[in-house]
Design a protein around this ligand. Structure first.
Ligand code: BGC
Ligand code: CA
Length: 338
Protein backbone atom coordinates (compact mmCIF):
# COMPACT_ATOMS: atom_id res chain seq x y z
CA UNK A 1 0.00 0.00 0.00
CA UNK A 2 1.48 3.37 -0.88
CA UNK A 3 1.69 6.16 1.63
CA UNK A 4 -1.11 8.35 0.23
CA UNK A 5 -3.51 5.41 0.13
CA UNK A 6 -2.66 4.58 3.71
CA UNK A 7 -3.33 8.16 4.84
CA UNK A 8 -6.54 8.11 2.84
CA UNK A 9 -7.77 4.99 4.65
CA UNK A 10 -6.90 6.41 8.06
CA UNK A 11 -8.83 9.57 7.24
CA UNK A 12 -11.87 7.58 6.08
CA UNK A 13 -11.74 5.40 9.20
CA UNK A 14 -11.43 8.41 11.50
CA UNK A 15 -14.30 10.12 9.73
CA UNK A 16 -16.48 7.04 10.10
CA UNK A 17 -15.75 6.86 13.82
CA UNK A 18 -16.71 10.52 14.17
CA UNK A 19 -19.95 10.09 12.23
CA UNK A 20 -20.93 7.05 14.30
CA UNK A 21 -20.07 8.87 17.53
CA UNK A 22 -22.06 11.96 16.58
CA UNK A 23 -25.01 9.85 15.44
CA UNK A 24 -24.95 7.79 18.64
CA UNK A 25 -24.85 10.92 20.73
CA UNK A 26 -27.69 12.51 18.79
CA UNK A 27 -29.68 9.31 18.99
CA UNK A 28 -29.12 9.05 22.71
CA UNK A 29 -30.22 12.60 23.42
CA UNK A 30 -33.16 12.05 21.09
CA UNK A 31 -34.40 8.98 23.00
CA UNK A 32 -33.67 10.67 26.30
CA UNK A 33 -35.80 13.61 25.26
CA UNK A 34 -38.61 11.34 24.18
CA UNK A 35 -38.94 9.85 27.67
CA UNK A 36 -40.51 12.97 29.04
CA UNK A 37 -42.66 15.77 27.74
CA UNK A 38 -42.85 19.28 29.12
CA UNK A 39 -46.09 21.14 28.51
CA UNK A 40 -46.45 24.75 29.63
CA UNK A 41 -49.98 26.06 30.14
CA UNK A 42 -50.97 29.67 30.76
CA UNK A 43 -54.57 30.57 31.65
CA UNK A 44 -56.05 34.10 31.62
CA UNK A 45 -56.96 33.97 35.31
CA UNK A 46 -57.26 31.36 38.03
CA UNK A 47 -60.79 32.06 39.20
CA UNK A 48 -62.80 30.83 36.21
CA UNK A 49 -64.88 27.71 36.79
CA UNK A 50 -65.01 26.58 33.18
CA UNK A 51 -61.32 27.11 32.44
CA UNK A 52 -60.47 25.31 35.71
CA UNK A 53 -62.53 22.34 34.53
CA UNK A 54 -60.55 22.21 31.30
CA UNK A 55 -57.26 22.32 33.19
CA UNK A 56 -58.39 19.58 35.62
CA UNK A 57 -59.23 17.40 32.66
CA UNK A 58 -55.84 18.04 31.02
CA UNK A 59 -54.14 17.02 34.24
CA UNK A 60 -56.17 13.83 34.49
CA UNK A 61 -55.41 12.95 30.88
CA UNK A 62 -51.71 13.60 31.50
CA UNK A 63 -51.71 11.11 34.40
CA UNK A 64 -53.43 8.49 32.29
CA UNK A 65 -50.93 9.04 29.49
CA UNK A 66 -48.03 8.56 31.90
CA UNK A 67 -49.48 5.28 33.11
CA UNK A 68 -50.19 4.03 29.60
CA UNK A 69 -46.93 5.05 27.92
CA UNK A 70 -44.39 5.29 30.74
CA UNK A 71 -43.55 8.75 29.40
CA UNK A 72 -43.19 11.31 32.14
CA UNK A 73 -45.39 14.38 31.71
CA UNK A 74 -44.50 17.74 33.23
CA UNK A 75 -47.60 19.86 32.98
CA UNK A 76 -47.01 23.34 34.35
CA UNK A 77 -49.95 25.68 34.75
CA UNK A 78 -49.60 29.37 35.45
CA UNK A 79 -52.21 32.09 35.71
CA UNK A 80 -51.69 35.36 33.86
CA UNK A 81 -53.88 37.19 36.37
CA UNK A 82 -55.65 38.97 33.52
CA UNK A 83 -52.49 40.64 32.23
CA UNK A 84 -51.39 39.96 28.65
CA UNK A 85 -47.94 41.21 29.52
CA UNK A 86 -47.64 38.70 32.37
CA UNK A 87 -48.83 35.96 30.05
CA UNK A 88 -46.26 36.88 27.39
CA UNK A 89 -43.55 36.65 30.07
CA UNK A 90 -44.81 33.25 31.23
CA UNK A 91 -44.73 31.91 27.69
CA UNK A 92 -41.25 33.30 27.05
CA UNK A 93 -40.07 31.58 30.21
CA UNK A 94 -41.52 28.24 29.06
CA UNK A 95 -39.79 28.73 25.72
CA UNK A 96 -36.44 29.57 27.29
CA UNK A 97 -36.73 26.44 29.44
CA UNK A 98 -37.23 24.30 26.32
CA UNK A 99 -40.81 23.27 26.92
CA UNK A 100 -42.03 20.95 24.16
CA UNK A 101 -45.51 22.39 23.64
CA UNK A 102 -47.27 25.45 25.01
CA UNK A 103 -51.02 25.75 25.62
CA UNK A 104 -52.46 29.22 25.85
CA UNK A 105 -55.76 30.54 27.15
CA UNK A 106 -55.16 34.10 25.95
CA UNK A 107 -55.89 37.09 28.15
CA UNK A 108 -56.52 39.22 25.08
CA UNK A 109 -57.53 37.10 22.12
CA UNK A 110 -56.61 39.85 19.64
CA UNK A 111 -53.09 39.95 20.99
CA UNK A 112 -51.55 36.59 20.10
CA UNK A 113 -48.69 37.75 17.90
CA UNK A 114 -45.95 38.15 20.55
CA UNK A 115 -46.55 34.58 21.70
CA UNK A 116 -46.72 33.21 18.18
CA UNK A 117 -43.49 34.97 17.14
CA UNK A 118 -41.62 33.64 20.18
CA UNK A 119 -42.85 30.06 19.72
CA UNK A 120 -42.26 29.96 15.97
CA UNK A 121 -38.73 31.23 16.49
CA UNK A 122 -37.90 28.17 18.65
CA UNK A 123 -40.14 25.79 16.73
CA UNK A 124 -42.44 25.08 19.69
CA UNK A 125 -46.05 24.16 18.80
CA UNK A 126 -48.93 26.11 20.37
CA UNK A 127 -52.41 24.95 21.30
CA UNK A 128 -54.66 27.93 22.00
CA UNK A 129 -57.87 27.19 23.87
CA UNK A 130 -61.17 28.76 24.92
CA UNK A 131 -60.20 32.32 23.98
CA UNK A 132 -59.97 32.18 20.23
CA UNK A 133 -57.33 34.07 18.25
CA UNK A 134 -58.34 35.41 14.85
CA UNK A 135 -57.91 33.02 11.91
CA UNK A 136 -54.97 35.00 10.48
CA UNK A 137 -53.06 34.18 13.67
CA UNK A 138 -54.00 30.49 13.65
CA UNK A 139 -52.93 30.07 10.04
CA UNK A 140 -49.60 31.82 10.42
CA UNK A 141 -47.91 28.48 11.06
CA UNK A 142 -48.82 24.80 10.71
CA UNK A 143 -48.07 24.07 14.39
CA UNK A 144 -50.83 26.25 15.78
CA UNK A 145 -54.14 24.72 16.93
CA UNK A 146 -57.30 25.87 18.66
CA UNK A 147 -59.63 24.00 21.02
CA UNK A 148 -62.97 25.55 21.98
CA UNK A 149 -66.67 25.56 21.22
CA UNK A 150 -68.71 26.75 18.29
CA UNK A 151 -69.98 29.95 19.90
CA UNK A 152 -72.96 30.34 17.59
CA UNK A 153 -74.07 26.73 18.10
CA UNK A 154 -74.04 27.16 21.90
CA UNK A 155 -76.23 30.24 21.56
CA UNK A 156 -78.68 28.60 19.17
CA UNK A 157 -79.14 25.72 21.63
CA UNK A 158 -79.70 28.19 24.46
CA UNK A 159 -82.37 29.93 22.38
CA UNK A 160 -83.98 26.56 21.58
CA UNK A 161 -84.27 25.72 25.28
CA UNK A 162 -86.52 28.79 25.63
CA UNK A 163 -88.44 27.97 22.44
CA UNK A 164 -89.12 24.42 23.70
CA UNK A 165 -90.28 25.75 27.06
CA UNK A 166 -92.53 28.35 25.41
CA UNK A 167 -94.12 25.75 23.18
CA UNK A 168 -94.86 23.52 26.16
CA UNK A 169 -96.29 26.26 28.31
CA UNK A 170 -96.39 29.81 26.89
CA UNK A 171 -97.64 31.42 30.12
CA UNK A 172 -94.67 30.11 32.03
CA UNK A 173 -92.42 32.45 30.04
CA UNK A 174 -94.71 35.18 28.74
CA UNK A 175 -96.23 35.98 32.09
CA UNK A 176 -97.86 39.27 31.14
CA UNK A 177 -99.35 37.63 28.05
CA UNK A 178 -98.33 40.36 25.62
CA UNK A 179 -96.90 37.89 23.12
CA UNK A 180 -93.33 39.10 23.68
CA UNK A 181 -90.55 37.99 26.00
CA UNK A 182 -89.22 40.76 28.22
CA UNK A 183 -85.63 39.80 28.95
CA UNK A 184 -82.39 40.85 30.59
CA UNK A 185 -78.99 39.64 29.34
CA UNK A 186 -75.82 38.94 31.28
CA UNK A 187 -72.80 39.13 29.00
CA UNK A 188 -69.49 37.43 29.77
CA UNK A 189 -66.80 39.80 28.69
CA UNK A 190 -66.25 42.50 26.14
CA UNK A 191 -64.24 41.23 23.20
CA UNK A 192 -64.58 37.48 23.99
CA UNK A 193 -65.90 35.60 20.96
CA UNK A 194 -68.19 33.43 23.10
CA UNK A 195 -69.67 36.48 24.72
CA UNK A 196 -70.23 38.55 21.57
CA UNK A 197 -71.66 35.68 19.52
CA UNK A 198 -73.77 34.14 22.32
CA UNK A 199 -75.30 37.53 23.15
CA UNK A 200 -76.34 38.01 19.55
CA UNK A 201 -77.42 34.51 18.58
CA UNK A 202 -79.41 33.41 21.61
CA UNK A 203 -81.85 36.28 21.02
CA UNK A 204 -81.65 36.02 17.24
CA UNK A 205 -82.64 32.34 17.42
CA UNK A 206 -85.85 33.26 19.24
CA UNK A 207 -86.57 36.13 16.82
CA UNK A 208 -85.95 33.87 13.81
CA UNK A 209 -88.41 31.40 15.29
CA UNK A 210 -91.02 34.16 15.41
CA UNK A 211 -90.79 35.04 19.09
CA UNK A 212 -90.76 38.82 19.57
CA UNK A 213 -88.13 39.83 22.12
CA UNK A 214 -88.00 42.96 24.22
CA UNK A 215 -84.73 43.83 25.90
CA UNK A 216 -85.04 45.47 29.30
CA UNK A 217 -81.34 45.63 30.19
CA UNK A 218 -78.03 44.00 29.42
CA UNK A 219 -74.63 44.23 31.13
CA UNK A 220 -71.23 42.59 31.41
CA UNK A 221 -70.59 40.44 34.52
CA UNK A 222 -67.19 39.03 33.50
CA UNK A 223 -68.38 35.40 33.65
CA UNK A 224 -68.54 35.68 37.47
CA UNK A 225 -71.25 34.50 39.82
CA UNK A 226 -70.98 37.39 42.29
CA UNK A 227 -71.09 40.02 39.56
CA UNK A 228 -74.10 38.30 37.99
CA UNK A 229 -75.82 38.27 41.39
CA UNK A 230 -75.12 41.97 41.98
CA UNK A 231 -76.53 43.03 38.61
CA UNK A 232 -79.60 40.84 39.00
CA UNK A 233 -80.27 42.31 42.43
CA UNK A 234 -80.31 45.82 40.92
CA UNK A 235 -82.57 44.72 38.10
CA UNK A 236 -84.99 43.03 40.48
CA UNK A 237 -85.15 46.25 42.48
CA UNK A 238 -85.74 48.37 39.38
CA UNK A 239 -87.94 46.14 37.22
CA UNK A 240 -89.22 43.43 39.54
CA UNK A 241 -91.53 41.02 37.80
CA UNK A 242 -91.46 42.86 34.50
CA UNK A 243 -88.52 40.56 33.79
CA UNK A 244 -89.71 37.30 32.25
CA UNK A 245 -86.46 35.73 31.08
CA UNK A 246 -82.76 36.00 32.02
CA UNK A 247 -80.27 34.98 29.33
CA UNK A 248 -76.73 34.39 30.60
CA UNK A 249 -73.59 33.82 28.55
CA UNK A 250 -72.44 31.19 31.08
CA UNK A 251 -73.57 29.12 34.08
CA UNK A 252 -71.68 30.96 36.80
CA UNK A 253 -73.47 34.20 36.01
CA UNK A 254 -76.78 32.29 35.78
CA UNK A 255 -76.12 30.84 39.24
CA UNK A 256 -75.53 34.37 40.51
CA UNK A 257 -78.93 35.31 39.09
CA UNK A 258 -80.48 32.34 40.92
CA UNK A 259 -78.83 33.52 44.15
CA UNK A 260 -80.49 36.94 43.85
CA UNK A 261 -83.84 35.49 42.81
CA UNK A 262 -83.78 33.21 45.87
CA UNK A 263 -82.93 36.15 48.10
CA UNK A 264 -85.90 38.07 46.69
CA UNK A 265 -88.14 34.99 46.94
CA UNK A 266 -88.86 34.97 43.22
CA UNK A 267 -89.41 31.58 41.62
CA UNK A 268 -91.08 32.24 38.30
CA UNK A 269 -88.42 33.94 36.19
CA UNK A 270 -86.81 31.65 33.61
CA UNK A 271 -82.99 31.61 33.69
CA UNK A 272 -80.75 29.95 31.11
CA UNK A 273 -76.98 29.41 31.14
CA UNK A 274 -74.25 27.81 29.02
CA UNK A 275 -71.39 25.41 30.03
CA UNK A 276 -73.02 22.65 32.11
CA UNK A 277 -70.66 23.00 35.02
CA UNK A 278 -71.41 20.71 37.95
CA UNK A 279 -73.21 23.47 39.85
CA UNK A 280 -75.05 24.46 36.66
CA UNK A 281 -76.38 20.95 36.07
CA UNK A 282 -77.38 20.65 39.72
CA UNK A 283 -79.35 23.90 39.46
CA UNK A 284 -81.15 22.50 36.39
CA UNK A 285 -82.02 19.33 38.34
CA UNK A 286 -83.33 21.44 41.20
CA UNK A 287 -85.44 23.51 38.81
CA UNK A 288 -83.59 26.76 39.53
CA UNK A 289 -82.20 26.97 36.02
CA UNK A 290 -84.47 26.25 33.08
CA UNK A 291 -81.53 24.86 31.15
CA UNK A 292 -77.91 25.05 30.08
CA UNK A 293 -75.76 23.87 27.17
CA UNK A 294 -73.14 21.22 27.80
CA UNK A 295 -69.88 22.49 26.27
CA UNK A 296 -67.96 19.43 27.44
CA UNK A 297 -65.08 21.04 29.30
CA UNK A 298 -63.67 17.57 30.03
CA UNK A 299 -63.51 16.61 26.36
CA UNK A 300 -61.90 19.94 25.54
CA UNK A 301 -59.22 19.48 28.20
CA UNK A 302 -58.46 15.93 27.04
CA UNK A 303 -58.22 17.10 23.46
CA UNK A 304 -55.77 19.88 24.28
CA UNK A 305 -53.57 17.23 25.86
CA UNK A 306 -54.03 14.76 22.98
CA UNK A 307 -53.05 17.36 20.40
CA UNK A 308 -50.03 18.47 22.44
CA UNK A 309 -48.79 14.92 23.06
CA UNK A 310 -49.48 13.87 19.45
CA UNK A 311 -47.51 16.66 17.80
CA UNK A 312 -44.73 16.16 20.31
CA UNK A 313 -44.53 12.40 19.72
CA UNK A 314 -44.61 12.26 15.92
CA UNK A 315 -45.57 15.65 14.62
CA UNK A 316 -49.21 14.80 13.99
CA UNK A 317 -52.59 15.10 15.69
CA UNK A 318 -54.03 11.69 16.71
CA UNK A 319 -56.67 10.30 14.32
CA UNK A 320 -59.38 10.26 16.96
CA UNK A 321 -59.23 14.07 17.17
CA UNK A 322 -61.48 15.38 14.42
CA UNK A 323 -60.31 18.80 13.32
CA UNK A 324 -62.11 21.49 11.32
CA UNK A 325 -59.93 23.21 8.72
CA UNK A 326 -57.05 21.07 10.01
CA UNK A 327 -56.54 23.34 13.03
CA UNK A 328 -59.73 23.68 15.03
CA UNK A 329 -61.31 21.29 17.48
CA UNK A 330 -64.83 22.24 18.54
CA UNK A 331 -66.46 20.25 21.32
CA UNK A 332 -69.77 18.48 20.66
CA UNK A 333 -72.68 20.23 22.42
CA UNK A 334 -75.90 19.06 24.13
CA UNK A 335 -78.93 20.90 25.54
CA UNK A 336 -79.41 20.19 29.24
CA UNK A 337 -82.89 20.54 30.75
CA UNK A 338 -84.76 18.75 33.50
C1 BGC B 1 -67.18 29.87 29.15
C2 BGC B 1 -67.17 30.71 30.39
C3 BGC B 1 -65.76 31.07 30.75
C4 BGC B 1 -65.06 31.72 29.58
C5 BGC B 1 -63.62 32.02 29.90
C6 BGC B 1 -66.45 30.59 28.05
O1 BGC B 1 -66.38 29.78 26.92
O2 BGC B 1 -68.51 29.63 28.76
O3 BGC B 1 -67.74 30.02 31.47
O4 BGC B 1 -65.78 31.94 31.84
O5 BGC B 1 -65.15 30.89 28.45
O6 BGC B 1 -62.89 32.45 28.80
CA1 CA C 1 -94.23 39.18 27.85
Amino acid sequence: MNKTRKIGLVVVAAFTVCVVAVFAKFHKSETKQKNSIKIGVSIYESNDTFVDLMVDSMEEKAKKYELETGIKVNLDVSSAKESQRTQNEQIKRYISLNYDVICVNLVDRTNASTIIDAAMDKNIPIVFFNREPVAEDIFRWENIYYVGTDAKATAVLQGQILIDAYNKNPEMLDKNGDGKLQYVMLEGEMGHQDSIIRTEWSVQTLIDYGMPMEKIESAVANWQRNQGAALMEQWINTYGKEIEVVLCNNDDMALGVCDSLAKANIEDIAVVGIDATQAGVKAVEEGKLLGTVDCNAAKQGETIFDIAAGIWADGSVPNNVKLENERYFRAPLIKVTK
